[in-house]
Design a protein around this ligand. Structure first.
Ligand code: GAL
Length: 716
């Protein structure tokens, strides 16, 4: 079956080349390689799509709802409970394909019609899914060719979920048909407010090696390189006798005797992200002409735990960014991971408000040990997302399942039912969010940017590198953590984002960087920003080719230094710096040209060698951190940089009390909202004046927040 191929937006189809491979094979359409911009979506196309939110006059509150798992009396109770908790937004039909179309071509809409009507009557808006997140058993049984395959050639079968190859033209045709059928059915339904396309696309199968993927990868490569020799050049195939004479011989990076070609791996990661995005676009474009009045999104998984989807690029294709986030029960600083994920999401959303599409009210079912949340934690988590730009707080899921793999996953309505602390918390959250309606649409100002790029992440963690201990998230977390404890808000943005207006630009481990982005980073320092670059940054170009002449090729001049050898530390090896702090993982032999040496190593492989340097550049400065500093060293660095840049905390607060401000821009009254989340065991006092929105209390100069509590002050 042929895919209904749409032509790529800006890139012409490839010319016929010396490659003799048939061009009639099924094709996955890659998006052209262009840099993300801060806006999401194509403006011309978006002109017809109204802005989210539609019909919501407050912050959104609700979650995934799976009524097909319950008899009618429970569904009726659910509607009552939604009213009781003030739920106003529900995601429906995410995994409903087999319930809607139990046999091919036989549709049963009755249950969905019924619940759509009841939700409408209860004033609940619906984010309606395309029901495609898991193909029904009849489909995989009839078409086993749609099943995905691993790099080892293992077929991933029906029985869990997401058992489809996103490049499969057969699967795409079926999924498009399902999406269009559901759109036709509910096009005029008044509850329909948002399209929820598929679900966490790429969550379980970010890389597929099925036959359709193999064909689509070649098509993607032909479009990217046009000539096989261009691919040979980009992939450095003069190495290990890898030279290709035709595209037809090129394979995905299957399990191989040893390291697969790194650029092949990187391109396969790019292809895989593009292919999943293409799948999203096919479904979005199936519902769009039928419902041009309904915006579309899909739930991203923006955090340092989900690596393979390039959400900066994906964000251009959704009408509003939505994301899912789950805290890790045995992470004692999980509120920091949450805050980082939320700030990353705001960066993906170009600074605009976004939807928290899923988080958990308590335990999940997929960690080794799934503990319920502590006192006040669910509300603090919810408000931390709102503080950082979420305008809706949604959960997986509304009612806890009694069967299936997720029966031990918490929900707004727990197994214990209405008479439970969980349900009382759900009601309390509804009341809290209702009191915060004015926050919707407000922005989150920040003077510090942290650069984050999926392609750099994919590349830095390829195999056969100087040290397995160098990971992308490591310095991102470490620098972010220091800022979090100081209540300095950070925009986590793509390197292509406009850096004007930031006083500090952090560049953690940006191993792969384009010339253009390196120039923009240098320009930020010239203009007056303090740019902080950590080790193993600026090493390669977008093809993963070393930038020659001394490391870090892209930033040597900016940093006023040059490295001729890396000396990664051995497992458990530590070095000491001249201020008594320690470091591990990384050292390098660097010489300064114009930079000043701020710290040196006193031991280890390079005693006396520079560990931290600072180069005065234009109106600003470029700092280089040549080792993995311990907490004390990282804290001292951040203090110094913030001090020199004149960046102060949002408000002074005890350690562990999170303070973030949202501001209504362009609002004549210039209203702002101060979120104070007390993650500690003691009462906290924070300077503030205005009205505390949850209690309605007037605050005069000092806000007191109880242990584990939350407060939001509409400031005066
Ligand atoms: C998400 C998914 C939901 C549910 C949830 C459990 O990955 O979208 O359907 O499985 O995790 O935490």
């Amino acid at each position: 079956m042929a895919d209904d191929v749409t032509s790529p937006e800006t890139e012409p189809r490839p010319e016929a080349t010396s490659d003799r491979e048939s061009t009639t094979e099924d094709e996955a359409q890659p998006a052209p390689e262009t840099e993300p911009t801060s806006s999401s979506g194509d403006d011309a196309e978006k002109a017809t799509v109204p802005d989210w939110p539609i019909g919501l006059h407050a912050l959104g509150y609700g979650g995934d709802y799976n009524p097909e798992q319950w008899p009618m009396e429970v569904r009726l109770e659910d509607i009552e409970l939604m009213r009781e908790a003030g739920v106003n937004l529900i995601s429906l039909a995410i995994f409903s394909w087999a319930s809607i179309e139990p046999r091919e071509g036989r549709y049963d809409w009755s249950w969905l019609d019924n619940i759509m009507d009841r939700l409408q009557a209860a004033g609940v808006r619906v984010a309606l899914a395309t029901a495609t997140a898991s193909p029904p058993p009849w489909l995989t049984a009839n078409h086993p060719e749609i099943l995905p395959r691993t790099a080892e050639g293992v077929v991933l079968h029906q029985g869990g979920r997401q058992a489809y190859a996103p490049s499969s033209p057969v699967y795409r045709d079926y999924a498009v048909k399902m999406a269009a059928a559901i759109a036709e059915r509910y096009a005029t339904h008044p509850a329909l407010a948002l399209w929820h396309i598929d679900n966490e696309i790429g969550c379980h199968v970010p890389h597929d090696y099925s036959e359709s993927a193999e064909r689509a990868f070649r098509t993607w490569l032909r479009r990217r390189y046009r000539m096989i020799d261009k691919l040979n050049e980009a992939w450095g195939t003069a190495f290990w006798s890898q030279r290709y004479s035709a595209f037809k011989d090129v394979l995905p990076p299957w399990a191989a005797p040893t390291y697969a070609n790194p650029t092949q791996q990187l391109d396969f990661a790019r292809f895989s992200s593009d292919t999943l995005l293409e799948y999203y676009k096919k479904l979005r474009d199936a519902v769009r002409p039928i419902t041009p009045h309904v915006p579309a999104t899909t739930n991203f998984m923006v955090s340092l735990s989900t690596k393979w989807m390039d959400y900066h690029r994906w964000a251009r294709e959704v009408d509003v960014v939505a994301t899912d986030h789950y805290t890790i029960a045995d992470d004692p600083e999980r509120e920091i991971d949450l805050a980082l994920a939320a700030d990353m999401t705001r960066g993906v959303a170009g600074g605009k408000p976004w939807i928290l599409m899923e988080h958990s009210s308590g335990a999940v079912n997929w960690q080794p040990r799934n503990r319920a949340k502590g006192p006040g934690e669910m509300i603090r988590n919810s408000l931390a997302h709102v503080a950082r730009g979420a305008d809706s707080v949604m959960f997986f899921q509304f009612r806890q399942s009694k069967a299936g793999a997720e029966k031990f996953h918490s929900a707004l309505v727990p197994h214990a039912g209405r008479n439970s602390s969980g349900w009382r918390e759900s009601v309390r959250l509804g009341e809290t969010l209702a009191a915060l309606g004015d926050v919707a649409g407000a922005r989150v100002p920040a003077r510090v940017a942290m650069l984050f790029d999926y392609h750099a992440w994919w590349a830095i963690e390829l195999d056969s590198h100087p040290s397995v201990d160098v990971t992308y998230g490591d310095r991102i977390r470490a620098l972010y953590r220091e800022l979090w404890y100081r209540n300095v808000t950070v925009d986590v943005v793509h390197p292509g984002e406009d850096l004007d207006g930031y006083d500090v630009v952090l560049v953690p481990s940006l191993y792969l960087v384009t010339d253009e982005h390196a120039a923009a980073i240098a320009a930020a320092a010239e203009r007056g920003a303090h740019v902080v670059i950590t080790y193993f940054s600026g090493i390669v170009d977008e093809r993963d080719h070393i930038r020659l002449g001394g490391y870090p090729g892209a930033f040597r001049e900016l940093l006023g230094m040059r490295t001729d050898e890396f000396f990664p530390l051995l497992a458990d090896e530590q070095v000491t710096l001249d201020d008594g702090t320690t470091a591990d993982v990384w050292t390098e032999r660097l010489e300064v040209t114009t930079a000043e040496v701020l710290r040196t190593f006193t031991d280890g492989p390079l005693p006396g060698g520079p560990a931290l340097t600072r180069n005065a550049v234009g109106e600003g400065a470029a700092w280089y951190v040549a080792t993995r500093q311990d907490e004390a060293g990282t804290a001292a660095l951040i203090e110094q940089v913030l001090g020199q840049a004149g960046v102060a905390p949002v408000a002074p607060a005890p350690r562990g009390v999170e303070v973030v401000r949202r501001v209504r821009e362009g609002d004549d009254e210039g209203r702002s909202f101060l979120f104070v989340l007390n993650h500690t065991d003691g009462e906290a006092s924070v300077p503030a004046s205005g009205t505390e929105l949850i209690t309605g209390a007037t605050v005069e100069g000092e806000l007191r927040v109880p242990a584990h509590g939350s407060a939001v002050v509409a400031e005066r």
